[in-house]
Design a protein around this ligand. Structure first.
Ligand code: LER
Ligand code: MN
Length: 270
């Protein structure tokens, strides 16, 4: 398993669980200084910076790109794949496709988190899950052209009412015969929803493709009360070899947080 840390360039997400918010050159250099293998990027959109410039930064700092988030489509533009309005759904999918293509040029998968939206009002749960499956089918096909998967993230109940559990996500992928879709095990969401995080990872089996390595309070691992040993054992048991990525609050400050998280990742992987 490898380590990653989040770099955000989205002012609307300033209070969110992203560690470094300064310019990308400064963020890459901070990630390297702390000893991370890779960075995870949270950008305003696909045109914020060229993939070539990001590639140059990655190679200058000898860092990988673990993944690119798509949440700006929701926080900046209010786009969701399960919106009642077909035009909003179309724009949401278009935004996601462009982020897949941007990430694809970097060899990095894109993540679907908050842009999955919610069901309610005129939209039934069944309808929303059908729209989501259609969008995931398209996303998986496009990502395949770049030889990367597309990452679907079950979120806690306060952020979505679609899929809140990892195993539910695995069944959904299988029942809808979705190819090239992997799950994101965000340990913060799982701490809220799962009765046992390690067992949930084992139940989801081969489907986990990315991990947000956050403690119970969404601070750096070790600043909350998560017991990492059974979780790491579960990830090893299902053959997970991807990133443990620091999508956490920069508390008490970004540098202390980054230092704590890399220490926790290195200890967990011994
Ligand atoms: C995104 O990775 C995530 O975990 C969400 O909570 C953001 O809203
Ligand atoms: Mn997450």
């Amino acid at each position: 398993m490898k380590s990653a840390i989040t770099l955000s360039q989205v002012p609307e997400a300033a209070g969110g669980p992203f560690v470094f918010h300064q310019s990308l050159p400064e963020g890459f250099s901070a990630a390297k200084k702390h000893g991370y293998d890779s960075v995870e990027l949270f950008l305003p959109g696909p045109d914020f910076i060229s993939a070539a410039k990001v590639k140059a930064l990655a190679s200058e700092h000898d860092l990988g790109i673990a993944a690119v988030g798509t949440g700006a489509g929701m926080v900046k533009h209010g786009l969701s794949l399960t919106d009642v309005d077909a035009e909003v759904r179309r724009k949401a999918l278009d935004f996601i496709i462009q982020m897949i293509e941007f990430g694809g040029l970097l060899g990095a998968p894109a993540i679907l988190g908050s842009m999955q939206g919610k069901w309610g009002g005129e939209v039934s749960r069944e309808q929303a899950l059908n729209w989501l499956a259609e969008a995931l089918r398209t996303a998986g096909e496009i990502a395949l052209k770049y030889n990367v998967p597309f990452i679907y993230e079950p979120l806690n109940r306060y952020e979505t009412n679609l899929i809140n559990h990892l195993e539910e996500g695995a069944r959904y992928i299988e029942d809808n015969k979705l190819d090239n879709i992997v799950l994101l095990a965000d340990l913060f969401h799982m701490n809220i929803e799962e009765s046992d995080v390690a067992e949930a990872i084992i139940a989801a089996g081969k489907h986990t493709g990315h991990v947000h390595f956050a403690d119970s309070n969404r601070s750096a691992m070790g600043f909350g009360h998560t017991n990492t040993a059974p979780i790491i054992a579960a990830l090893k048991k299902v053959g997970y070899t991807g990133h443990l990525s620091a999508e956490v609050f920069p508390k008490p400050d970004a540098d202390t947080c980054a230092a704590q998280e890399i220490k926790a990742i290195q200890r967990a992987l011994i």
